[in-house]
Design a protein around this ligand. Structure first.
Ligand code: GLT
Ligand code: MN
Ligand code: MN
Length: 396
């Protein structure tokens, strides 16, 4: 870890809005074809380790920490009190809460199922998660709709399902406004998270763009309270340029929260550590976010591989992910003030200088040489990524 440099201390790591999910650290290595390779661990242990590493913020699903049958009962109050004590003991804060509306059998037909009982139960869960969020001092609530879709054609009415899904979110926002007022706290920022494949064959809101359209559809009673939690890999999975998907969310003023990880196009949700697969793209993503003033959390939503030991999860997976993120964030700052990139983009924006802009041939000729700078910029980004701009050479 320390041999190659690029390891930061706890104080440095504290300066970034990086959050560690309960479910990521507690992931036991299980999957559809995989038995677990690591033991289960609770929130006390996770927070102790995150606290030691210097991950300041903690995120959780309701059922990561509260058994389903204890939700909304006195046991929940007792557990939430223990969580508050553990956060304080480890110098951590809860930044985000999310309702698990995908795993339990009750969600077999999604949280917006035809059955009114299921939908009533979904509203209870979303309102209860808002309650927990306020109790823990969170700023964000995230919703991944899970099974909102179908396996077999014609099984569900898409329009009704989307209307019902909106009713659940409306219930969460209404409850939020009520409690926020009572407690004198700002309301939570409600964030939708899209995933294009899994756990249904066809997903009704498969991308962040689909969710933007849904937020603007008129179905939400408080669309201003609802934005996005894009996940880098979930956009990559469907073949998007994650950077362009994030740009569209920024334009709409809806980039509230961001799940950071990595993986491959058109594959399943492998949730690999940030920038281990696409470091150059990650550098560019962070240039975009820095340039356009994103100041929300970076949530380490990834799964340490099942080959990683329990020791490795906290000694290798999390600290290296945090430190890669910090390094890339600082590099993105270097990109923004790099004199060569500035000169190149300045020249591109100035244009070729042509007397008559209605003369297509003259415009094309005047810009021809300038456009070479696109590739030069890409080359410069690569130099910055590997440190060549600081004189690292490979001559012998
Ligand atoms: C689920 C999903 C993640 C989401 C979680 C938020 S649920 O684990 O695969 O990407 O961020 O609810
Ligand atoms: Mn995610
Ligand atoms: Mn994922």
């Amino acid at each position: 870890m320390q041999a190659c440099g690029g390891s930061y201390n706890r104080e440095t790591r504290h300066k970034y809005y990086i959050s560690g999910p309960q479910w990521a650290a507690a992931y036991t290595g299980h999957a559809l074809f995989h038995a677990p390779t690591r033991p289960e661990i609770g929130f006390g242990e996770v927070m102790r380790k995150y606290g030691e590493i210097g991950i300041r913020y903690w995120t959780t699903h309701d059922t990561d920490v509260i058994p389903t049958d204890a939700l909304g009962t006195e046991r929940q109050t007792e557990i939430v009190n223990r969580i508050k004590a553990a956060l304080a003991a480890n110098d951590m804060q809860c930044s985000m809460v999310t309702a698990e509306t995908f795993h339990h059998a009750v969600w077999a037909a999604s949280p917006a199922a035809e059955s009114p009982e299921v939908r009533e139960y979904a509203k209870f869960r979303l309102r209860n998660t808002v309650d927990i969020g306020h109790d823990l001092g969170a700023t964000f609530a995230v919703y991944w709709p899970g099974s909102l879709g179908y396996y077999v054609q014609g099984a569900i009415d898409e329009l009704a399902t989307l209307r019902w899904y909106a009713e659940g979110l409306n219930a969460a926002c209404d409850r939020d406004l009520e409690i926020a007022k009572k407690l004198g706290r700002p309301p939570l920022k409600h964030c939708l998270e899209a995933k294009p494949f899994e756990p249904q064959a066809e997903i009704l809101l498969p991308t962040s763009d689909a969710m933007l359209a849904f937020i603007g559809s008129g179905l939400l009673t408080h669309p201003e309270m609802v934005g996005l939690n894009p996940e880098y890999l979930h956009e990559l999975m469907w073949g998007a340029a994650p950077r362009a998907a994030l740009a569209r969310a920024l334009l709409a003023g809806k980039l509230f929260h961001f799940d950071i990880n990595d993986g491959y196009r058109l594959k399943h949700d492998v949730d690999i550590g940030v920038a281990l697969v696409n470091p150059l793209d990650w550098l560019n993503v962070l240039v975009l976010l820095r340039t356009h003033g994103y100041n929300g959390p970076f949530n380490l939503d990834y799964k340490p591989p099942r080959t990683t030991s329990q020791f490795g999860v906290f000694e290798v997976s999390f600290p290296t992910a945090v430190d890669r993120f910090i390094t890339l964030w600082e590099m993105a700052g270097e990109v923004s003030c790099d004199p060569i990139i500035q000169q190149a983009t300045g020249a591109l924006k100035a244009g070729g200088g042509v007397a008559d802009p209605r003369d297509a041939g003259a415009v094309a000729r005047a810009n021809r040489e300038l456009l070479t700078l696109h590739e030069l910029i890409a080359h410069r980004l690569f130099q910055i990524l590997i440190g060549q701009h600081r004189g690292r050479t490979f001559l012998w």
